[in-house]
Design a protein around this ligand. Sequence first.
Ligand SMILES: *[C@@H]1O[C@H](CO)[C@@H](O)[C@H](O)[C@H]1NC(C)=O
Ligand SMILES: *[C@@H]1O[C@H](CO)[C@@H](O)[C@H](O)[C@H]1NC(C)=O
Ligand SMILES: *[C@@H]1O[C@H](CO)[C@@H](O)[C@H](O)[C@H]1NC(C)=O
Ligand SMILES: *[C@@H]1O[C@H](CO)[C@@H](O)[C@H](O)[C@H]1NC(C)=O
Ligand SMILES: *[C@@H]1O[C@H](CO)[C@@H](O)[C@H](O)[C@H]1NC(C)=O
Ligand SMILES: *[C@@H]1O[C@H](CO)[C@@H](O)[C@H](O)[C@H]1NC(C)=O
Ligand SMILES: *[C@@H]1O[C@H](CO)[C@@H](O)[C@H](O)[C@H]1NC(C)=O
Ligand SMILES: *[C@@H]1O[C@H](CO)[C@@H](O)[C@H](O)[C@H]1NC(C)=O
Ligand SMILES: *[C@@H]1O[C@H](CO)[C@@H](O)[C@H](O)[C@H]1NC(C)=O
Ligand SMILES: *[C@@H]1O[C@H](CO)[C@@H](O)[C@H](O)[C@H]1NC(C)=O
Ligand SMILES: *[C@@H]1O[C@H](CO)[C@@H](O)[C@H](O)[C@H]1NC(C)=O
Ligand SMILES: *[C@@H]1O[C@H](CO)[C@@H](O)[C@H](O)[C@H]1NC(C)=O
Length: 835
Amino acid sequence: MRSLFFLASLGLVAAENGLDGWLRYASLPCSHECQSKLPASIVVLNATKTSPIYVAGSEIQDGLKSIYGSHAQISKSQCKTSSSVVVGTVEQYRKACGSLSEIPELAEDGFWLSIDGRKIRILGSTERGALYGAFEYLSMLAQGNFSTVSYATSPSAPIRWVNQWDNMDGRIERGYGGPSIFFNNGAIVDDLTRVKQYARLLASIRINAVVVNNVNANATLLTPDNLKGLGRIADVFRPYGIQVGISLNFASPEDLGGLDTFDPLDPSVISWWSNITEQVYQHVPDMAGYLVKADSEGQPGPQTYNRTLSEGANLFAKAVQPYGGIVMFRAFVYNKLNESNWTADRANAAVDFFKDLDGEFDENVVVQIKYGPIDFQVREPASPLFANLFNTSTAIELQVTQEYLGQQSHLVYLPPLWKTILDFDLRVDGKSSLVRDVYTGKRFNRKLGGSAAVVNVGTNTTWLGSHLAMSNLYAYGRLAWNPADDATTMLQDWIRLTFGLDQTVLSTITKMSMESWPAYEGYSGNLGIQTLTDILYTHYGPNPASQDNNGWGQWTRADHNGIGMDRTVSNGTGFSGQYPDELATIYENIDSTPDDLLLWFHHVNYTYQLHSGKTVIQHFYDAHYTGAATAQTFRTQWASLEGKIDDGRYNHVLRRLDYQSGHSIIWRDAINNFYHNLSGIPDTAKRVNHHPWRIEAESMKLDGYKPYTVSPFETASGPVAIVTASNTTVGTATTKINFASGTYDLAVNYYDIFGGQSQWQVYLNDKQVGEWVGNSEDVYSHTPSIYLDGHSAIRIKFRGVKVKKGDTLKIVGRPDGVEPAPLDYVSFLPEGVVD
Ligand SMILES: *[C@@H]1O[C@H](CO)[C@@H](O)[C@H](O)[C@H]1NC(C)=O
Ligand SMILES: *[C@@H]1O[C@H](CO)[C@@H](O)[C@H](O)[C@H]1NC(C)=O
Ligand SMILES: *[C@@H]1O[C@H](CO)[C@@H](O)[C@H](O)[C@H]1NC(C)=O
Ligand SMILES: *[C@@H]1O[C@H](CO)[C@@H](O)[C@H](O)[C@H]1NC(C)=O
Ligand SMILES: *[C@@H]1O[C@H](CO)[C@@H](O)[C@H](O)[C@H]1NC(C)=O
Ligand SMILES: *[C@@H]1O[C@H](CO)[C@@H](O)[C@H](O)[C@H]1NC(C)=O
Ligand SMILES: *[C@@H]1O[C@H](CO)[C@@H](O)[C@H](O)[C@H]1NC(C)=O
Ligand SMILES: *[C@@H]1O[C@H](CO)[C@@H](O)[C@H](O)[C@H]1NC(C)=O
Ligand SMILES: *[C@@H]1O[C@H](CO)[C@@H](O)[C@H](O)[C@H]1NC(C)=O
Ligand SMILES: *[C@@H]1O[C@H](CO)[C@@H](O)[C@H](O)[C@H]1NC(C)=O
Ligand SMILES: *[C@@H]1O[C@H](CO)[C@@H](O)[C@H](O)[C@H]1NC(C)=O
Ligand SMILES: *[C@@H]1O[C@H](CO)[C@@H](O)[C@H](O)[C@H]1NC(C)=O
C-alpha cells in the first residue's frame, strides 16, 4: 500500500519545465482494451532518416514507449501485418502495399487516419501530411483514446505560418520567453537543439513554414555566412515538414549591396535581388518565401521612389517565382496623423493603401492582414480590407505573443477573441462572406491564402514565458488548419495533453481560460476603445492618456464630456463606409452598433446610454470591477489543483496568477481613476476612489522615505507613492492599525522597476510577517519599466495575518541601484474582500 502510494505521488512531484509542451507523452495506465490495441510494429514507407515519414515513425515509437511503456519495432516492410502502424504517403502505400479504395480525396498536406484495433494506417497526400496524421494518432494515444476511426482531413488553406520577430543580435521584438533560439550576436547560433524541439511542436500543430527573423528586418541576414546558417536552420526544420522563410529589408540593395538605390523598378536593383534570391535558394532549396514590411513605421519601401506597394511586392514575387516561393506582403502600412483633424483615421489606412491595388499583385503574392484595422487590440472589428480585395490572395495575421494582452504575465486564452474575427460575416455583395472563407481563398476563389501568427518563442523552457500561454500556440495551429474549430474543444485537447486526464484539472483550466479574455477586456479597455495600455512605451500596463495627442493614431478622443472615435461617414472619419453596405449601415447608425464596438465607431458623452441600459462611464466602472474580480479567482481556481499537477509547473503558474490578480487591480484602479478624474462623474456603486481597507504609504510616519508623485497619476493610489530619500538610505514607514481585530490578508502595493532589486520587510509590532525582493524583472515575462508607473506597479499578498486593533505596522525598504524601494499603499483585506 505504502509503496504504491509513494510511486503514485512520485509521478506528480517530478517537476516539468515545459520544454515538451503538449508533446510530453506522459505515462498512462494501460487497461486490457489498451493492451489489445497497441501495435507491435511501425512500418515507415520512407526509411530515409531525414524524411517526415521516418520522423513520424520514431515519434510514434517514442510515444508508445513513453505513454504505455510499449515497444514497437520500426521496419520498412511487412505492410500487410494486422498489428502495425503503417505510415507513408498515399502514393508510397499504393506502391508498397497495393491499392486502397477507401481513401477519400485529400488536399495538399491532408491525411487519412484509420485505426482498427492494432491495425493503424496513417497516409498523407504528402510526407508532411502523414506526419500530421502521426501526431493526431499520438494525440489520441496520449488522451487514452482508442476509438476505432477512419477519416480524412485536409487543411483549409496552404499557408499555415508562424512569424518570429527575432533580431540578429538575439533579442526578440515583443518577445517574452527569453532571447532568440535562432540568432545571437549577428549570426545564427551553433547549437540548434531548441530549433529542433520547436520544429517538433510546430509540426504537431500542422504549421508548414516559419519566418525566422523580425519583420523589421536586418539586411545582414543575407551575408554569405548567415545564409549558410539559414541553411542549417532549414535542415533542422525540413524533416518536420516545415519550410523556412525570411523577412527582408527593402533597402538591402543599398545597405548591404552598396548600390545607390533600392528603387524596385531599377534594373540594378532587380538583378541584385535575383542574385541574392539565387544564393538563398542555394542554401535553402525549399525556401518558403519572403515576408515584407515596407513603408511602415519607418521601414523603407517602394514609396521612397513613388512606386506603388504592388510594384514593391512584385519585385520579390518575380525573384522567388522560379523557385516556387511566395511573398507575404504586410498590409500594416500607415502614416502618422494629426489628431486635431476630426476625419483623420489610422484605421482607414489599410483599405486606403491597398484597395486600388487589387488585381495588381503577382499570383504568388499574398497580402498579410492583421485581424483588426489597428494593431492586435483586445477588441477590434474585422479588418475591412478582407472585404475589399477580390483579385488578391490574403492571409490573416494573428498574434500568439500577447503584446497588448498581458505579455504572458496575464492568463489570456486568445481563441475566443480570434473567433470574433474568423467567424465574422462581412456580407460582401449581400452574400455570406465569413472572414475565414475570405483568407482561405474560398469566397473569392483564390488558390493561395491562409494564416500567419506572430509567435516569438524564446530560449525559456516555457517557450513563451508562461506554461498556460502555450494553449494559444496550440490553438493557433488548430485554427490555421480548420478555422471553424471550437475554442473549448481545442483548449481541452491541449489541457489533457499538457496536464493529464484528471477531470478536475480539465474543468478548472477550461473555466479559467475561457473566462480570461472577457476578464482582460473588462479590466483593460471596453466598448471597443482598445487596450488602453501605454502605446508609447511597453504596451503592457495601463496608460490611457498615451493613446491621444500623438501621431500614432490609436486615439480615444477622450475629453471631459465624452469618448470614442467618430468613424461614421456622415460626420466622422468615414471608416464605417469601408465595409460592404449591410455592415456599413449597421456601424454608421449608433443604435444598431453593438455595445462592444460602440466607442470604436462613435464619439459619445460618458452619460450615453448603452443597449444594456448602463451609461458608458458606469459600464467602464462596472466592467473594470467585474474583470478584476474574475482575475482574483484564477489563482484560487488554480490553487485547487495542488497535488494534481507537478510542483514545477504548479508553482510557476501559481506565481503568475497571483501576480495577475494584483495587476488586474492596478489596471482597474488606473482606468477608473483616469476617467473618473476626466469626467467628474461618480461611480453609482461608490467604489471608485473609495478604498476603506487601504492605508496610503504617504500617510504613514516616514523615516528615510519621502513622498513621490507618480506619473501617470492614475497608476498610484492617492496618487502619491513613497521612495527612499537616496539610493543608500534605508526607509521606514510606520502606522497604527485601526481596523477591528481579526485575520486579514495583507496586500502591499509597491513598484518594481528595472535596474535594481530592493528589499522590503513588513513587521507587525516588530514581528516580521513578510519580506520580498524587487526581482520581478527576472521572474515575469513582460517588458519591465524603469519608472514608477502602471507597468512596474505590483502587489504582494501575505495571507492570514492576525491583527489586533492598535497594532503597529512597519515596512522597511532597502533601495538597490536605481530602485528606491517604492511603496504605494497597504490593504488589510478581510476574507472575501477584494478592495
Ligand atoms: C524519402 O525521403 C527523402 C527525404 O525526405 C526524399 O528525398 C525522398 O524523395 C523520399 N522518397 C520517396 C520514395 O518518397
Ligand atoms: C477520439 O478521437 C477521435 C478522433 O480524433 C474523436 O473523433 C473522438 O471524439 C475521440 N473520442 C473521445 C472520447 O475523445
Ligand atoms: C544589423 O545587424 C548588424 C550586424 O549584427 C548590426 O551591426 C546593425 O546594428 C543591425 N542594424 C539594425 C538596424 O539593427
Ligand atoms: C551575385 O553576387 C555575388 C556575391 O555578392 C557576386 O560575386 C556575383 O558577381 C553576383 N552575380 C551577379 C550576376 O551579379
Ligand atoms: C515623388 O513625387 C513627389 C511629388 O510628385 C516629388 O516631389 C518627388 O520628387 C518624387 N520623388 C522621387 C524619388 O521621384
Ligand atoms: C496639427 O494640426 C493643428 C491644427 O492645424 C496644428 O496646430 C498642429 O501644429 C498640428 N500638429 C502637428 C504635430 O503637426
Ligand atoms: C484631414 O484628414 C483627412 C483624411 O485623412 C484628409 O483628407 C484631410 O486633408 C485632412 N485635413 C487637413 C486639414 O489636414
Ligand atoms: C478580377 O480580375 C479580372 C481579370 O483580371 C477582372 O475581369 C475582374 O473584373 C476582376 N474582379 C474584380 C472584382 O475586380
Ligand atoms: C524563464 O523565464 C523566467 C522569467 O521570465 C526565468 O525566471 C527563468 O529563469 C527562465 N528559465 C529559463 C530556463 O530560461
Ligand atoms: C460631428 O463632428 C463634430 C466634430 O467635427 C463633433 O464636434 C460633433 O459632436 C459631431 N456631431 C455628432 C452629431 O456626432
Ligand atoms: C454631451 O455633453 C455636452 C456637454 O455637457 C452637451 O453640451 C451635449 O448636449 C451632450 N450631448 C448629448 C448628445 O447628450
Ligand atoms: C546611486 O545613485 C547614484 C546617482 O543616480 C548613482 O551614481 C549610484 O551608482 C547609485 N548607487 C548605487 C549603489 O546604485
